[in-house]
Design a protein around this ligand. Structure first.
Ligand code: SF4
Length: 256
């Protein structure tokens, strides 16, 4: 197992060629990226200028995407087990042109170090469309976020996405969800569930997470339970969280 260099438990590291984003759906309400991007912007770090603005004491992502070429290049050589690409942005954001997205994929493709790349987007329609022409090797896992019923349509986009490993990040889980249609037809090869953290966190009932575990068990799909909802989940008595007395850190089957 590679050293864990990110707080995101289901990845082993992150890399951010793109910086900045804008909110698209209820899951984004308390996005962690905004606060971090604001701090980087204040420190003058490359790519963050103009990505967040303050409005009456509130910070809002502007939709400006900073692109850092040397980090696109770095994807060619990074060696880690599971690299979450663009955790501080959205790879398929509408303000990034196709050419830059393609360059990210070209760099990942050129990596010969056994790294698995995890792309997770809320712009799933664009991912589905671009995946038809992008070359997506088996070590690039393509996913979307779906934490509420109004986002379930993204799983239909995922179904159209050309990738061997397709996954859903059910984070933050905001209400009960039935994802069985996409488990039953083989769209989903991995399911991550997590509750919200930080300021303004919204409660995830444990039964909602357990119900998704049962759905995954029914179709033998790996399940990863990241955290219960709390201001600081890692301070919880139960971290990592369990269901049936077990920590659920399952991963996709990479080989047939
Ligand atoms: S899409 Fe992701 S990074 Fe962008 S605002 Fe929403 S939660 Fe934040």
């Amino acid at each position: 197992m590679a050293n864990q260099t990110t707080e995101i438990a289901w990845a082993t590291s992150t890399c951010n060629p793109f910086k900045g984003c804008s909110k698209v759906s209820p899951e984004c309400a308390n996005c962690y990226m905004t606060g971090w991007a604001y701090r980087h912007q204040c420190m003058g770090n490359e790519g963050y200028e103009g990505t967040v603005k303050g409005e009456r004491g509130k910070r809002v992502p502007t939709g400006k995407i900073g692109i850092v070429e040397k980090q696109i290049e770095s994807l060619k050589t990074i060696k880690t087990e599971r690299l979450f690409v663009n955790s501080m942005s959205d790879t398929f954001h509408e303000n990034v042109d196709d050419l830059k997205v393609s360059r990210v994929f070209d760099s990942m493709k050129a990596n010969g170090n056994g790294t698995n790349f995890l792309i997770c987007t809320k712009r799933s329609a664009r991912m589905a469309e671009m995946s038809q022409t992008l070359d997506v090797p088996d070590n690039i896992w393509m996913g979307t976020t779906c934490g509420c019923q109004s986002s379930l349509h993204r799983l239909d986009d995922l179904r159209r996405t050309k990738a061997k490993i397709r996954f859903v990040s059910v984070e933050p889980l905001l209400e009960p969800l039935d994802i069985t249609p996409w488990l039953a037809d083989g769209t989903l090869k991995w399911v991550i569930v997590g509750g919200e953290s930080g300021k303004g966190w919204r409660k995830m009932e444990k039964e909602w997470a357990e119900a998704i575990l049962r759905q995954c068990q029914q179709f033998n799909v790996p399940f990863f339970l990241k955290q219960w909802s709390a201001f600081k989940p890692k301070s919880d008595a139960e971290y990592p969280p369990t269901i049936d007395g077990q920590v659920w850190h399952q991963y996709p089957q990479i080989k047939e």
